[in-house]
Design a protein around this ligand. Sequence first.
Ligand code: ADE
Length: 352
Amino acid sequence: MDLPISPEAVSALLDWYRANARDLPWRRTSDPYRIWVSEIMLQQTRVEAVKPYYERFLAAFPTLPDLAAAPEERLLKLWEGLGYYSRARNLQKAARAVVEQYGGEMPADEGLLRKLPGIGDYTAGAIASIAFGIPAPAVDGNVLRVLSRFCGSCADISLPETKKMWNQLLRPVIPENAGAFNQSLIELGATVCLPNGEPLCASCPLASSCVALRDGKTDALPIKAAQKPRRIERLTVLLIRDGNRTALHQRPPKGLLAGLYELPNLPGHLSPEELPDRIREMGFEPLRITPLEPAKHIFTHIEWQMIAYAVKISPAFDGYHEKSGYQLVPDDDLRLHYAIPSAFSAYKKYFG
Ligand code: ADE
């Protein structure tokens, strides 16, 4: 099988990366723990969004054992707004496994890394190559786009087999400087070989041998099968407050936003007349109900269409709401200790 990228193209890529790599916080360290944290945060999340989270997270947990020992509540508060919270929980699970199995040092082995919670082929390859210089491929969405265009490949990049194919094809190409090579492909995809018909081919170090550019196919590639449309869920969100406390509800331990705290909500778009009985079932006595603005939140597979009401309640006296799974949280506590998912961001301004 021909190599997908010639040695000359690999050199051009490495030269380009040396001259053009963005100065990012996780590129100023060789600490495998820090590189791992960055790679987990960067999954499905833009570099600019990750930067402040990365700095705060590592200020709070400077070493892997610090993360392993942290209370989950603190971890989730630091992740608040970044989304995909199972990433944070898996990070901690894996940190605990590394403390138990490897004395707190990340293993310098692609296969052992892949066995840790939350670390798949891409992340194992990224950590192995960037932190340890191991010649492992790290094929993410950016890299799939670059490779598909460069080689003129019509393989559907939404299929796991396609990722597997590129992993196999890339392995013999990886030079000694594996971390720089993988990051050069990621960087090229993020800054030059842009999606949605906007590649900046005039700035590309691979332009002279790019099949898609030669054949006028940069708009058509990569091929990605159409995703199923998102399921729409209508919700009625309740901002239930008694003076200086807000009602929260803990979500079930499995599924969307598992175990996180949320504003109380009910399925469907309910009218003000339908609410008082439902609010009493939660254990609260409504005094006044005022409509708030609607809001939307898009998850990977689901879209929430929310309407909302502010509900003033009389101070709770019998603790019934706690039995029904709701709690009234004082404003300071809410601000400092509870991670409320971004889906509810539109209503955070009404917290005290
Ligand atoms: N996305 C995933 N990994 C990255 C890295 N190391 N640098 C920039 N963007 C990335």
